[in-house]
Write a protein that binds this ligand. Structure first.
Ligand code: SF4
Length: 371
């Protein structure tokens, strides 16, 4: 977490194997990593990412006059996404402008995520995520230890979440939804300047879904020639409408796949339903897919194994990122005592074996640090 004076504070712990983890490291953490683990080496990816789609969406024409009703706007959007109308003339609206107009409508009766609260966020009403009319980011730093394909990534850490997990490790960001810096002018220039040191631009949280209107406004203001791939780091609980809006904007979905059944999702994250919307959304997401499997202690058979089986059957081309660094925090001791430990060596081995047996490709983490 970045302090008010610009210095960052790091959480560090050692797992039962003696491995040292530094949470959310930026370049300032490198001397620390080298001191804690002699011989530490930061490995950056040499593989190419698909070309960013945002530049085309920012310049593709969406000629007016536009329909007044939401259904008409969607029809125009879907047509232009399938059959681009060519570059916009100066002053003419673009496909990104059309997405922003639709996002502003969805904001007034919020259906940006699967909860579909229907509240008027622009008027200050709040739904399950508790996020109001202004989008705040709690932090923005170049993260060195995201999955190697996308690191280093400028992570814009937005507040609030549509899930309320008892083990949340960013609970300060989730709960203080109106703390931080508004994602609006005058913050844009400083954020874009930070992308110079990054391979990708990630929207993360909390969760980015409920901030889509502010994010699209931010992307519309990108400097000429901005071409970093956009990463959507989410819980994959958006609405189908959200995934349509992100089509043509987001290049990489770095998403969670946490629960193999609705009972665990309800008990640990307060979700009325989870399996159907999350599996649906993995199929709606258009871009490179990196599926984060969070290994919760005691949840190999009930959660990890069914998720791996589904991926094998439905998304065998997706990259899988096993997160084995779970450590108990927040409300675990009170509400889910069975999670009050780190995953055992046997559980990590069982998870890795299940992924390998399914023939899924596991991404390489950036060594020695936590993602
Ligand atoms: S983003 Fe989701 S949780 Fe938040 S108000 Fe909208 S529908 Fe509700």
């Amino acid at each position: 977490m970045t302090e008010g004076d610009g210095r960052r504070q790091y959480n560090i712990w050692i797992d039962p194997d003696g491995q040292v983890w530094i949470e959310d490291p930026d370049r300032g953490a490198l001397p620390l990593a080298e001191a804690l683990q002699p011989g530490f080496e930061l490995v950056e990816s040499a593989s190419a990412l698909p070309p960013p789609r945002l530049p085309a969406t920012r310049t593709a024409a969406a000629p007016g006059p536009w329909p007044d009703d939401l259904a008409g706007l969607w029809a125009l959007h879907d047509r232009l996404l399938a059959e681009p109308a060519g570059p916009a003339n100066p002053g003419e609206p673009t496909l990104l402008d059309l997405k922003r107009a639709i996002a502003a409508r969805l904001f007034r009766s919020c259906v940006l995520c699967e909860h579909r609260c229907g509240v008027d966020r622009a008027a200050g009403e709040r739904g399950v995520c508790k996020v109001g009319p202004t989008s705040y980011f709690a932090d923005a730093y170049v993260h060195l230890a995201e999955e190697r394909e996308i690191a280093p990534s400028l992570c814009v850490t937005l507040t609030g979440c549509s899930w309320h997990c008892v083990y949340c490790h960013t609970y300060d960001i989730i709960n203080r939804v109106d703390a931080g810096t508004p994602l609006a002018e005058p913050a844009y220039a400083q954020l874009y300047a930070k992308t110079a040191d990054a391979r990708t631009l990630s929207f993360v949280g909390g969760n980015p879904d409920h901030h889509v209107p502010a994010i699209l406004d931010f992307l519309a203001a990108a400097p000429e020639g901005f071409n970093r791939p956009v990463v959507w780091n989410s819980n994959m609980y958006g609405s189908p409408e959200l995934y349509k809006l992100l089509d043509g904007v987001v290049d990489v979905y770095l998403g969670d796949f946490r629960y193999g059944n609705d009972d665990c999702a309800k008990r640990l994250s307060g979700l009325p339903r989870c399996w159907e919307p999350v599996t649906r959304n993995w199929k709606l997401a258009k871009g490179k897919l990196i599926v984060r499997l969070l290994l919760l202690p005691g949840h190999v058979d009930c959660c990890l194994v069914p998720m791996v089986a589904w991926l094998k059957a439905e998304l065998p081309e997706a990259s899988v990122s096993l997160l084995s660094q779970f450590h108990p925090t927040y409300l675990v001791a009170k509400k889910a005592p069975e999670l009050d430990r780190t995953p055992s060596v046997a559980e990590v081995a069982a998870a890795r074996a299940a992924i390998a047996d399914a023939g899924l490709t596991e991404v390489e983490p950036t060594a020695g640090t936590e993602r």
